[in-house]
Design a protein. Structure first.
Ligand code: ACO
Length: 328
């Protein structure tokens, strides 16, 4: 049987860094509070005139180069994002144009912070059905453009960035690649995390929609509780049903939303520190970009090695959640 695998990865973040100390000048907060409650020290933010498509394209070019694949060889581009440059066209077609991926279909996928895991699972299906296909999976977000910079409960959490992976058939060794995945959702919890402005429930400039609904709104506490419960369940189910124990796991790469969520999960799964990848201190929560950026850095830093059993777990607004178990 064919197994799909990540052939190459790339990442790109805007050069502008916003530190906790910068935020101290913008809202009533402190470096100590943010560090202790979230683990975040700084995040990268788009500057005026920049768009996230630039970084999605940059990350994709690197992924293609590392995979040794030319843009014309791509059959499909999936961009996981809730902050595309525009609603029409999709981010994916901007990436297609930017790469010159003339033979590729292209679409965006909206699953908040679980977007990359969702998109990777879809790429897996296409490669299994068409083993010669090459699918580009991108997670890219410009959350800073949907952030109320006066709301301290959210503006300290978010960052911008893009990560990309080229997915294709696994050749040597054949057991390398995606083993299993779980996708899930709980639509009853949608009011806990919203971005209503720009949707079709209201006309543009509709007076009935308060201005603050044009920003991401979140009930942090409730999201926190849900996230910890669901990620633990995903991790255990994916390992168990594939005949692995927690000890078999070489690296857990969780969605980087909050260091305390990650530490709670690590504790519940009884994993040593070195088996859980964390880079939230540098990027904050970049939603759909967080897992590909983390995977990229884990490989670059040598934490992620050939043959490792890796588990990706994510949760996000909607709610959505998902996990992918793979052999690196
Ligand atoms: N600086 C200083 N004080 C703050 C800040 C801040 N930036 N933000 C909140 N506070 C205050 C609150 O006002 C509150 O004060 P009070 O006790 O006087 O009312 C106090 O700190 C505690 O607030 P809580 O919200 O209870 O703090 P908590 O420990 O729950 O941490 C946080 C808040 C960091 C948001 C946490 O709940 C969290 O990370 N939740 C999960 C968020 C998440 O992961 N979202 C993922 C999805 S994001 C997406 O999809 C785009």
């Amino acid at each position: 049987t064919v197994r799909s695998t990540i052939l190459g990865m790339g990442m790109a973040v805007p050069p502008k860094v916003l530190t906790n100390h910068d935020l101290e000048k913008m809202v009533e907060t402190s470096d100590a509070w943010i560090t202790e409650r979230t683990g975040i020290k700084e995040r990268h933010i788009l500057e005026d005139g920049e768009n996230i498509s630039q970084y999605a394209i940059k990350a994709s070019k690197e992924a293609l180069e590392r995979a040794g694949i030319s843009p014309e060889d791509l059959n499909l581009i999936i961009c996981a994002t809730v902050t595309p440059d525009y609603l029409i066209p999709s981010l994916a077609v901007l990436v297609q144009e930017g790469l010159g991926a003339l033979r590729a279909g292209a679409f965006d996928l909206s699953a908040t912070c679980s977007g990359f895991v969702y998109a990777l699972s879809i790429a897996d299906q296409f490669v299994k059905a068409n083993p010669e296909w090459k699918v580009l999976v991108v997670g890219a977000e410009a959350l800073s453009r949907k952030t109320n910079w006066q709301d301290r409960s959210i503006c300290v959490l978010l960052g911008d960035g893009a990560g990309a992976a080229v997915v294709g058939k696994s050749t040597k060794p054949s057991q390398k690649g995606i083993i299993d995945f779980i996708l899930g959702a709980d639509g009853s919890k949608w009011p806990l995390l919203t971005l209503k402005g720009g949707g079709s429930a209201f006309f543009p400039f509709d007076d009935r929609l308060p201005k603050e609904e044009y920003y991401i709104k979140m009930q942090g506490r409730e999201v926190f509780k849900f996230a910890t419960r669901v990620m633990e369940r995903l991790a255990l189910e994916l390992l168990e049903r594939n005949g692995f124990s927690k000890e078999d796991l070489d690296l857990l790469v969780p969605h980087q939303a909050n260091l305390r969520i990650i530490e709670y999960l690590r504790d519940r799964l009884n994993l040593p520190k070195e088996k859980v990848f964390v880079n939230i201190d540098k990027y904050g929560n970049t939603s759909a970009a967080s897992i590909p950026i983390a995977l990229y850095e884990a490989e670059k830093e040598g934490v992620l090695k050939e043959g490792d059993l890796v588990l990706l777990v994510a949760f996000g607004g909607g709610f959505t959640f998902g996990g992918v178990l793979l052999r690196w």
